[in-house]
Design a protein around this ligand. Structure first.
Ligand code: ADP
Ligand code: MG
Length: 253
């Protein structure tokens, strides 16, 4: 089976700043990959390029064997327009540091919005799925609440349920717990751990090294736009080969 995500030779510039420098990465179906690294090392940019929230300057990304950003006709490649990119983007669900739920909608309305409005699915089919997702993240009793009535941890669990409602092939998490009060981190990590155990393919940018050690199949360390080191968590976190990785881990712990 081909990998779920293949990224080859990605470069991304912001002006003269080289944010991604020859980044190549493969993620297998069902694999959980954690990306760690100092602030500004390009972790968010990498996720955003995979998800086409940013355009790469060179290189290529495939998701589930489909070339991202292009359509193939015969032996010709055509760049996708914005609507086509938006459609392709639905193959991955993304959860950000800030749980950007719609403030004027209830929890249930937040979750069914994408499937009903974007995917044009029938409400009658979507609502039972949304309730099952709420059950899964332990918040079925909050279906009629508004985001402002929930804790940050609860809002982030809803944001995960909302992303899952679109039935993505993979989930991208960009520091999903770093905006949370410390006592709320573990409930969000527990939902992510369950998701990993269910076989979801996940790329998780995180400073939670305990989570990475326990849940990740592989850890990537990035610095200055490059992948410095990659390997199983026991290797990268406990016995890093590169000095920059060792220094980073010593500073985070
Ligand atoms: P990380 O997520 O690892 O902290 P980012 O991927 O967010 O790092 O950013 C990498 C670098 O690219 C940072 O130095 C940041 O300032 C820069 N950068 C990110 N997005 C933009 C942008 N839209 N315009 C200009 N510079 C950006
Ligand atoms: Mg970031």
């Amino acid at each position: 089976m081909p990998a779920m995500v293949v990224a080859v030779g990605l470069h991304k510039y912001f002006g003269n700043f080289h944010a991604l420098d020859e980044v190549s990465l493969e993620i297998q179906h069902g694999e959980v990959l954690c990306i760690i690294g100092p602030s500004g090392s390009g972790k968010s940019t990498l996720l955003r390029c995979i998800n086409q929230l940013e355009r790469i300057d060179s290189g290529a990304v495939w998701i589930d064997d489909e070339l991202v950003g292009f359509r193939q006709e015969g032996d010709k490649l055509y760049e996708l327009n914005d609507a086509e990119i938006a459609r392709q983007r639905l193959s991955s669900g993304m959860v950000f540091q800030r749980f950007n739920l719609f403030a004027h909608m209830t929890v249930l309305e937040n979750i069914i919005e994408g499937p009903v409005i974007v995917q044009k699915r029938a409400k009658s089919a979507v609502i039972p799925e949304a309730l099952a997702l709420l059950e899964r993240v332990g918040l079925k009793d909050k279906q009629h609440a508004y985001p402002s009535e929930l804790s940050g941890g609860q809002q982030q669990r809803i944001a995960i349920a909302r992303a899952l409602a679109m039935k993505p092939k993979l989930m991208l998490f960009d520091e999903p717990t770093s905006a949370l009060d410390p006592e709320l981190v573990s409930e969000v990590l527990a939902v992510m751990r369950d998701l990993a155990n269910s076989g979801m393919t996940m790329i998780v940018v995180t400073h939670e090294l305990g989570f990475a050690r326990e849940v990740a199949h592989r850890v990537v360390f990035m610095d200055q736009g490059r992948i410095i080191e990659t390997g199983p968590p026991q290797q990268v976190l406990n016995n890093p080969q590169e000095k920059r990785t060792r220094d980073f881990i010593a500073a985070v712990l």
